[in-house]
Design a binder for this molecule. Structure first.
Ligand SMILES: [Zn+2]
Length: 360
């Protein structure tokens, strides 16, 4: 009676007794099946060789760790042509050879790992009654049989991603129409990408960064596909180039400021000069105020303006661009994105006069 509540029902097991130690519940279990299949020749055998004990971690019971102590058996293989003479008992499901954990317990860890990652998954597992380390969580994920998606929309983006930042990198392939990750490649070599593209003849357009190996990989793997530079890297390159130009023109900019601040009656400052300097200062100011804004922020700002002009609601835009509604509302009211000015006044300012008076 108790077996059907605490043991998996898809495998023939019977709970004989239950005993406990602090924090751990042990369930002594016997196997009900009368035969087993040889893993080499797949022939059934009911000739028992010997018995042995196996301990398997199972789902927690009332928050306590539970371990199934299984009295399993070894069988003779009756097939004279089979090289395996003795084999350990096999089960159709739930218990796999060499596993120290029931499949349903393993599935619970896999779900935690995929939702929470290694460290957080391990931390939560302690509260869930299946305590494991981060490395075990990662091992469970690596064992998962995840098949890459076979077909894409034909428009993909490729970029590198870090297994370990600064040391080892792989390549991530994203379906840009479906907005989902299609596959991860183990490195960022042109040959690997080329091989992947040859298996996906439906690819028509590939968005990439300015990295040479990707260009070569696409050229050899999908010669008919169009290669486009992605907007993120274009904007980043433009931002860097603009910043370099203005940093190298410090002398000219200082001269322009000096010229502009000359007294009104100075003969050198004609109407034309003033107008030209004004234009130059405006361009300089615009560039300098946006030069230090991150590309990501600029990209989001443009996206907000674009979606708003197409009639999307603030709520929809916030969800799409992943910004708060307050920020989206602020962006829609701004003509251009400017760098936030540093706070220049302090509490000391109100008392500066006393210092001056003291010196006198
Ligand atoms: Zn056999």
């Amino acid at each position: 009676m108790i077996s059907q509540f605490i043991l998996p029902t898809n495998v023939q097991l019977r709970a004989d007794s239950i005993h406990s130690e602090p924090g751990i519940l042990y369930i002594d279990t016997s196997v009900c099946q009368t035969c087993s299949i040889c893993p080499v020749c797949n022939k059934k055998s009911s000739k028992i060789h010997s018995r042995y004990s196996r301990t398997l971690l199972d789902l927690p019971i009332s928050g306590h760790l539970s371990k199934v102590q299984l009295k399993a058996r070894k069988y003779f293989c009756d097939n004279p042509e089979c090289p395996r003479k003795v084999f350990t008992e096999r089960f159709d499901c739930e218990i796999k050879p060499y596993y120290r954990r029931m499949i349903r317990s393993n599935d619970l860890l896999a779900r935690m790992a995929l939702e929470l990652g290694g460290n957080t998954g391990a931390a939560i597992s302690r509260y869930a009654g299946v305590p494991v380390s981060p490395s075990i969580i990662l091992r469970v994920v690596k064992r998962l049989d995840i098949q890459p998606k076979k077909l894409t929309s034909g428009v993909i983006g490729v970029d590198d991603w870090a297994f370990k930042k600064g040391k080892t990198y792989g390549t991530v392939i994203v379906d840009l129409a479906k907005k989902e990750v299609v596959d991860l490649l183990p490195d960022r070599e042109s040959a690997t990408l080329s091989e992947w593209l040859k298996q996906h003849p439906e690819i028509k357009t590939v968005s990439r960064d300015r990295c040479g190996p990707y260009a070569l990989g696409i050229k050899t793997g999908a010669p008919d596909a169009s290669q486009v530079a992605d907007r993120f890297h274009l904007l980043m390159n433009l931002g860097d180039a603009t910043k370099r130009i203005f940093q190298s023109k410090g002398k000219e900019l200082r001269e322009a400021f000096t010229l502009y601040n000359q007294p009104k009656n100075h003969p050198a400052k004609t109407v034309e000069t003033e107008s030209a300097v004004q234009n130059m200062l405006q361009i300089t100011e615009d560039t300098l105020t946006t030069a230090n804004i991150s590309i990501d922020k600029l990209h989001k700002f443009e996206k907000v303006k674009d979606l708003y002009s197409k009639g999307n609601s603030i709520r929809q835009i916030a969800k799409t661009v992943k910004l708060t509604r307050t920020t989206v509302r602020k962006y829609t009211m701004m003509e251009k994105l400017v760098k936030r000015q540093a706070h220049t006044t302090t509490n000391l300012d109100a008392f500066i006069g006393f210092f001056d008076a003291g010196r006198k």
